[in-house]
Write a protein that binds this ligand. Structure first.
Ligand SMILES: NC(=O)C1=CN([C@@H]2O[C@H](COP(=O)(O)OP(=O)(O)OC[C@H]3O[C@@H](n4cnc5c(N)ncnc54)[C@H](OP(=O)(O)O)[C@@H]3O)[C@@H](O)[C@H]2O)C=CC1
Ligand SMILES: O=C1Nc2ccccc2C1=O
Length: 318
């Protein structure tokens, strides 16, 4: 079975996009902790370059990761033409990660094009909707921000626009605005935390997004394998349903547990964004297009996963 999630998601040169190579999470964190550490910067560039080399054509970055320069260097180092790659970045309101530089989407775009050394980005997302008017100099609410995102898209330097961490009421707000702007200005992606332990980041969000032609992207797809911790003690929870099931499925399909989780997400018509600091894992993660989980096993992961609801990101916002 070919999972073709992305018929309309093609790089400028016409290639369908693959799963995404992340550049946030610990890359962003380590860079923030030590922004001038050349070893850290070079490691990010090397791992992104390696990702491109083994077949990822989709790079995920964001203002708050501060990894635009590394993405740019990796593209150059890979020797792959810009048009054969898809770059997603995200605009952030608030300042709980970095001191914000860009006061508006237009300022963000100008800055991003320079940092990425490109004349366009493929996808611009609003990083999250958890902001109040007083969090920005320009007093943004979701509607005002979306209107400016559309204006920025009209400059021609942004191919597609979308959102991240949006629930159904917020999606409805932006869709309503897009209706009066034309089809090319609709949100095309909602990037959310998605895995077997969080099959809906907020009520009905996956079904609503998909029914409205919005591709759901999954961040945290490996959560059941890598970050199931007790909220209070922060200690790893050692016994949970997939901890038992994943090794069985990995043996059955002759794949790693991570590959089972990524393939599961793909078969739910959701596009994973993943990251690793280890080349072997980066390569394995893209090698999920040549096998298929049976529908019974997808259903089993669904049902075992729903016995253990678990949220790893934005715990206070939902
Ligand atoms: N829009 C948003 O709000 C958010 C977006 N994101 C985006 O999504 C990307 C991916 O995020 P993240 O949630 O961290 O991704 P994943 O769920 O893929 O988790 C990545 C972690 O899993 C580990 N890992 C990777 N492969 C394996 C493996 N085969 N076996 C065991 N452990 C493995 C990695 O550690 P190791 O390096 O040791 O392999 C890494 O710490 C981010 O980089 C960012 O681009 C992320 C969070 C929020
Ligand atoms: O990559 C990311 N890691 C995060 C952790 C918390 C909130 C947002 C993010 C990202 O976008």
């Amino acid at each position: 079975m070919t999972v073709d999630l992305t018929p309309s998601f093609k790089t400028k040169s016409g290639d369908p996009i693959t799963i995404g190579a992340g550049s946030g999470s610990k890359w962003g964190r380590s860079k923030r902790g030590d922004p001038s550490n050349e070893a850290v910067l070079n490691e990010i560039v090397d791992k992104l370059t390696y990702s491109i080399k083994v077949g990822y054509n989709h790079l995920d970055t964001a203002e708050i990761y501060t990894t635009h320069p590394e993405v740019s260097k990796a593209i150059k180092k890979s020797g792959v033409e810009r048009e054969k790659l898809w770059i997603t970045t995200k605009y952030f309101i608030g300042s709980f990660f970095i001191d914000k530089k860009a006061e508006s989407p237009q300022e963000f775009l100008d800055q991003t094009l320079k940092e990425l050394n490109t004349d366009y980005i493929d996808l611009l997302l609003i990083h999250h909707p958890f902001f109040e008017k007083e969090h920005s100099k320009n007093q943004y609410d979701v509607e005002k921000l979306w209107k400016e995102i559309i204006e920025v898209q009209k400059t021609g330097a942004v191919r597609y626009i979308g959102v991240s961490n949006f629930d159904v009421p917020n999606l409805k707000k932006v869709i309503e605005i897009s209706k009066s702007e034309g089809k090319e200005h609709f949100p095309v992606v909602n990037q959310i935390e998605y895995h077997a332990y969080l099959q809906n980041q907020s009520p009905d969000v996956v079904q609503f997004s998909q029914e409205n032609g919005i591709l759901v992207e999954s961040y945290g797809p490996l959560t059941p394998l890598v970050r199931v911790v007790d909220d209070e003690t922060k200690e790893e929870i050692v016994d949970h349903p997939l901890k038992r099931l994943l090794p069985e499925l990995a043996t059955k399909y002759g794949r790693t547990e991570a590959q089972i989780l990524l393939r599961y997400v793909l078969q739910k018509n959701v596009l994973p964004i993943t990251i690793s600091s280890k080349e072997e894992r980066i390569k394995q993660a893209i090698e999920i297009y040549d096998f298929e989980l049976s529908q019974a096993d997808v259903d089993l992961i669904d049902s075992e996963g729903s016995k253990f609801p678990y949220r790893a990101f934005f715990k206070d916002q939902f």
